[in-house]
Design a protein around this ligand. Structure first.
Ligand code: MTE
Ligand code: LUZ
Ligand code: MOS
Length: 793
């Protein structure tokens, strides 16, 4: 074999547990990575654009598309009536029309599509449509929807112990309401689908999606085809963040139906504004809570009702609500709890998956409450948090009944507290604030415990296909979708590790429903866990065959189990055979050099009606310290320093995992502090482009950004002992929000609890500053100087 065929990684670098570059890094940075819109267009390709509803809720009286059809270059139009199969792209509950049929449910809902010879023509022609509406009452506010009992799924409730009685008996109580906004996924590559008709009524679809199998199902239903007539291919996404778990379906369906109707390839690529107007986002949450605690801040009972904006249809709101319920505890033992989730039906975009999938919305609530408790009892919030952590006799069961068996939160937080200099900085900040009337600093340390697995047990399965070619190169195909998170890199590392070969020999191909069937969404952070195990299984099957061949061809009585695969060689007794040579021998000996592999996560069970069981295989942990500087006159703020410590188990790729930790933190910070979704009185989303919707940029990263992976190994038998890392680090960003709140508290005596809504925009910060000032000046002067003296001491 030629030495230069596999040049990418030097021989000596082990494939697993090393900081290998992302498998596509060289393509990403040079612009050579192929996204759906980069696929060279087939002859005759037409382009689609969507016509959107202008009303939040209305009956469609008439649709006049004559002027649209008359535009030169327009090939035709599509309405609900053109869909030969079912007009539905809902993932679980079938309440999601592809194109509005009779009634529109939000401003931005697709009503028709135009197919034209160019993207530009299609977009211009769309505007010529004349749609007459008969308005119906619209519900835009989730709390109004709650009052009207308009829910997309039945209310969910988890009760453990006797929360009402213990609340009534608690020495101290706090009652409050709070809200956290939603969040646009803002994937850099927008939604896109490109469908080509194939022989015998079949369809080939290139789609930017986290869920090729779901796209295959939706397209086959829309066209009344069998699954074996639809192939979905997905090489990579330019980001997804949950936004392409279910909501790529509408674009896939329209492209496929248009391709079928007009008998030519059709591409649908909405521009950013349309994408944001059409698609759902992270659910904004409203909370009503009451908590009882003792004088030290130990929680005795807590009741919370979380109202999520589901939007006009169910989409994934049910499971999002479930995950919110299962993450309200975060890292804390709640002996007596009443946790409710309502999915309010509003006439807005249908909200969907977004990194954390309701987990962040559940956990951020207890962190906000924990902070309030600390102020009420006058202790450092970190001490109150520690007091409430899981751990110790009878304090290891979650409200939903799962035992927390892998708790590392005490060690992890201890390490972070020490290495971030938390206590010394706390004192330094108090001194700074005492001398600084306008600029105030704040500090917060928040923990994370995040459950890994889909809480729908049967989604936790995956398949893979590994080919070894006769030149010793390896191709792996698996059910997962690469969205930038490094899944393909990790799966290639797993395969290389299993075969004892260098990473440069292994290449991953596009996800493809004709290769691995019946895949789950790449979501719930399980991509590497599931597909890594499946690929390992496939590679192991081939390795065992190769070991047998090597043993039998190198003398009598050699146990195949003693054959070792390492450093691109196969070691049998005293012999070292180059891997490629053994592969050649295997081919000639007619040994199968490819295999499938399969994995199903063991040990899971979940009772949907009682909301109890073991929904998670294990937990991932982390903690973060954020320090901020807030200008209390303008509401502006800066993140001065962030220290993140995160548990990725025995990381398969520490560089990629550190990237996930950093990215998750900054993305979460954007959610909680700057990204604001705003609908006008008619229900029109006004923040539908980067001009009005602000995501974090490089300048928002802290000048001191200390990120470290916690040394740990998964006690469960996960892929190479690693832990999932895609979503959990997003929750590290709670520390940024609560550091801002801490700084605002310094406007008063430190004991007044700032009512800081999220996102903590300058406006929200100033509202909170005003509230603290008002309460502070209303307090008796004696009490005030007392506490001020205490704070200074
Ligand atoms: N990282 C990048 N770069 N791009 C993404 O779209 N999605 C996140 C996370 N990290 C995302 C990402 C979400 S929502 C999930 S569920 C996980 O990656 C999915 O990937 P994994 O399960 O393979 O870790
Ligand atoms: N559950 C979950 C789900 O925990 N995460 C997900 O992404 C998901 N998606 C669909 C259904 N349940
Ligand atoms: Mo991630 S929200 O589970 O796609």
């Amino acid at each position: 074999m030629k030495a230069d065929v596999f040049p990418r990684v030097p021989h000596a670098v082990p494939a697993a547990h090393h900081a290998h570059p992302h498998e596509s890094a060289h393509l990403h940075v040079s612009g050579a990575a192929t996204y759906v819109d980069d696929i060279r267009e087939l002859a005759g390709t037409a382009h689609a654009a969507l016509g959107l509803s202008a009303k939040a809720h209305a009956r469609i009286v008439s649709i006049d598309l004559d002027a649209v059809r008359a535009v030169p270059g327009v090939i035709g139009v599509l309405t609900a009536a053109d869909i030969p199969g079912s007009n539905d792209c809902g993932p679980i509950i079938h309440d999601d029309p592809i194109l509005a049929d009779g009634v529109v449910h939000y401003i931005g809902q697709p009503v028709f599509a135009v197919i034209a010879d160019s993207h530009d023509t299609a977009r211009r022609a769309v505007r010529k449509a004349r749609i007459e509406y008969d308005p119906l009452p619209a519900v835009l506010d989730p709390l109004e929807a709650k009052r009207q009992e308009r829910f997309v799924v039945p209310p969910m409730r988890l009760v453990r112990g006797e929360p009402a009685a213990r609340l009534a008996a608690a020495p101290r109580r706090l009652k409050g309401s709070w809200k956290v906004g939603g969040q646009e996924q803002f994937y850099l590559e927008g939604q896109i689908s490109y469908a080509a008709p194939k022989e015998d009524g079949c369809i080939h679809l290139w789609c930017s999606t986290q869920h090729p199998t779901e796209m295959q199902l939706v397209v086959s239903h829309a066209l009344a085809l069998a699954s074996n007539q639809v192939v979905v291919e997905m090489r990579r996404m330019g980001g997804a963040f949950g936004g392409k778990e279910s909501q790529s379906a509408l674009f896939a369906s329209v492209a496929a139906v248009a391709a079928w109707k007009f008998g030519r390839p059709v591409k649908l690529r909405p521009d950013r504004d349309d994408d944001m107007m059409i698609t759902g986002k992270r659910h904004d949450f409203h909370y009503d809570y009451e908590v009882g605690f003792d004088d030290e801040g130990r929680i005795l009972a807590v009741c919370i009702e979380m109202t999520a904006r589901a939007g006009f249809s169910a989409d994934l709101s049910g499971p999002v609500g479930t995950r919110a319920i299962c993450h309200f505890d975060n890292a804390y033992f709640l002996s007596d709890a009443d946790i409710r989730a309502l999915c309010a039906r509003t006439n807005t975009q249908s909200n969907t998956a977004f990194r954390g999938f309701g987990g962040p919305q559940g956990a951020v609530a207890i962190e906000y409450i924990m902070d309030s408790i600390a102020r009420a009892v006058g202790r450092d919030p970190l001490d109150v948090r520690k007091l409430n952590f899981y751990g110790g006799e009878g304090r290891n069961t979650t409200p939903y009944g799962q035992t927390v068996a892998d708790n590392v939160i005490h060690e992890l937080v201890g390490e972070l507290e020490a290495e971030s200099g938390y206590r010394a900085r706390r004192a330094a900040i108090a001194a700074f604030n005492a001398a600084s009337p306008v600029l105030k600093k704040g500090l917060a340390l928040t923990p994370v415990k995040f459950g890994i697995s889909f809480n729908v047990a049967h989604y936790n399965q995956a398949g893979a296909l590994v080919h070894i070619y006769t030149d010793g190169s390896v191709l792996v195909n698996h059910g997962g979708a690469e969205m930038g998170q490094g899944l393909n890199t990790k799966v290639c590392q797993v395969v290389a590790n299993e075969l004892g070969i260098s990473l440069g020999r292994v290449r991953a191909t596009a996800a493809d429903t004709s290769k691995v069937a019946n895949t789950s969404a790449t979501a719930a952070s399980t991509g590497a866990d599931l597909n890594g195990k499946a690929a390992e299984d496939a590679a192991r099957r081939i390795r065992l065959r190769l070991a047998e061949l090597a043993a039998s061809s190198h003398g009598e009585g050699i146990d195949p189990a003693t054959v070792r695969f390492a450093d691109d060689h196969v070691f049998v007794g005293d012999h070292a055979i180059p891997f490629g040579e053994l592969v050649q021998q295997a081919y000639v000996a007619r040994v199968q050099l490819w295999s499938d592999g399969f994995y199903a996560t063991p040990g899971l069970n979940w009772d949907r009606s009682k909301l109890t069981g073991r929904p998670f295989y294990y937990y991932a942990y982390g903690a973060a310290v954020s320090e901020v500087l807030v200008d209390t006159l303008t509401g502006e703020w800066r993140l001065l320093r962030a220290d993140l410590l995160h548990d990725a188990g025995n990381s398969i790729n520490p560089a990629i995992d550190a990237g996930q930790v950093e990215g998750g933190f900054i993305q979460g910070m954007g959610w909680l502090t700057m990204e604001e979704l705003w609908w006008n009185k008619e229900g029109r989303l006004m923040t539908h482009a980067p001009s009005t919707y602000k995501i974090p940029a490089t300048h928002d990263c802290p000048p001191e950004f200390r990120v470290r992976l916690f040394r740990n190994r998964n006690r469960e038998d996960t892929i190479l002992g690693s832990k999932a890392v895609g979503e959990p680090p997003l929750l590290l960003s709670f520390s940024a929000l609560l550091a801002i709140r801490d700084a605002i508290a310094a406007v008063g005596d430190g004991r007044i609890d700032p009512p800081l809504r999220a996102p903590a925009t300058p406006e929200a910060i100033l509202d909170a500053v005003d509230a603290v000032r008002a309460q502070f000046s209303a307090a008796p002067a004696a009490a005030r100087s007392d506490v001020a003296a205490e704070a200074l001491a």
